[in-house]
Design a protein around this ligand. Structure first.
Ligand SMILES: [Zn+2]
Length: 322
């Protein structure tokens, strides 16, 4: 009998459950809002129902499920399977997620933080296939990361490895969500790019009374300018937007160069904003990395957009158990 696995993707706004065969081919999927404000008991009951619903949607029996993989925001302990208060999941304080799922479904459960699980998915099914040392970096509301070495996620001493967004580049720079100042995440996440853009527009308007096409996307409202408007305006040749893209690439390239020197990766895969921006952002990042990293590791590394796009969350959970 063919074995099947269940993947569970737990986010602050949505829950997804998928069923896949042993090659990672997805056979069924259910997605529902997390309603995080209702707390973990509500979400767990909902997840139990969703798993059963997904298995039956795929035309399978519960008995054919051999394992469950869970991708969830950290911090969490992969050995004990306990989740420790992820910022987007209020009330999930020391929640024994693995134990609860194992007692409900009687199969082994693997839990992993979402950035690590995404890195493994890119290694198994996406842009990291065929490489030994893969560094994956998200570039969205935060800058997370995952390191896959010789086919294994590198966890570090207590599941804290891969916090690539919290390397400090500017000790007196903008405040980061982690409480420190000048982290890569405080400079290059989507909200950080938006903040830099808004400040630059205010300064430019005060200094020169000049304008920028970024404001045409927001009916003139500076506070509504987001990272996607910066990219859109840069594509039309807007000088200020191009300077913001340059600056973003400079900080990203600086951060990546540090990691390239330490990890000597075969490939660095960049998610979300880098996928949307493509070579507009990737080319100047590549230039900065080759300038700042040491010659030998710089010569070995490829810098590319992540490949899995919308399927990443599903495959992240599945990658843990196939
Ligand atoms: Zn930080």
């Amino acid at each position: 009998m063919m074995e099947h696995v269940v993947g569970i993707d737990i986010g602050g706004t949505k829950l997804a459950t998928v069923v896949a065969d042993s090659t990672g081919h997805i056979l069924g999927k259910v997605r529902k809002p997390t309603l995080a404000e209702k707390g973990p008991e509500y979400a767990l009951d909902l997840l139990f129902d969703m798993v059963r619903e997904t298995v039956s949607l795929a035309g399978l029996e519960q008995a054919s499920i051999s394992a469950i993989g869970v991708s969830c925001g950290g911090p969490l302990d992969t050995k004990t399977g306990i989740v420790y208060s992820p910022p987007n999941l209020p009330g999930w304080d020391a929640l024994p997620l693995k134990a609860k799922l194992e007692s409900e479904f009687q199969v082994p459960v693997t839990i992993e933080n979402d950035a690590n699980a995404s890195a493994l998915a890119e290694f198994r099914f996406g842009g990291g296939q065929g490489y030994n040392a893969v560094l994956y970096m998200t570039m969205s509301t935060g800058i997370g990361g995952g390191i896959v070495l010789d086919g294994q996620i590198y966890h570090g001493a207590n599941d804290s490895a891969g916090e690539v967004g919290h390397q400090i580049l500017l000790p007196d720079g903008p405040r980061c969500g982690c409480g420190k100042r000048g982290c890569l995440e405080a400079l290059c996440s989507g909200p950080a790019i938006a903040r830099r853009a808004q400040a630059a527009i205010r300064k430019q308007l005060a200094d020169e009374k000049a304008s920028t096409t970024m404001l045409t996307f927001t009916d003139g409202h500076i506070a509504d300018v987001k990272s996607e408007h910066v990219l859109e305006a840069a594509r039309t040749g807007d000088t200020l937007a191009l300077r913001l893209v340059e600056e973003t690439a400079y900080y990203m390239g600086w951060g990546i160069a540090n990691l390239v020197n330490v990890l000597n990766p075969d490939i660095v895969l960049l998610g979300t904003i880098a996928i949307a921006a493509g070579d507009l952002l990737l080319n100047p990042i590549r230039e900065t990395v080759s300038k700042f990293a040491m010659t030998r590791p710089a010569a070995a590394v490829e810098i590319a957009p992540a490949q899995l796009g919308d399927t990443l969350g599903d495959l992240a959970a599945i990658a843990l158990v196939v």
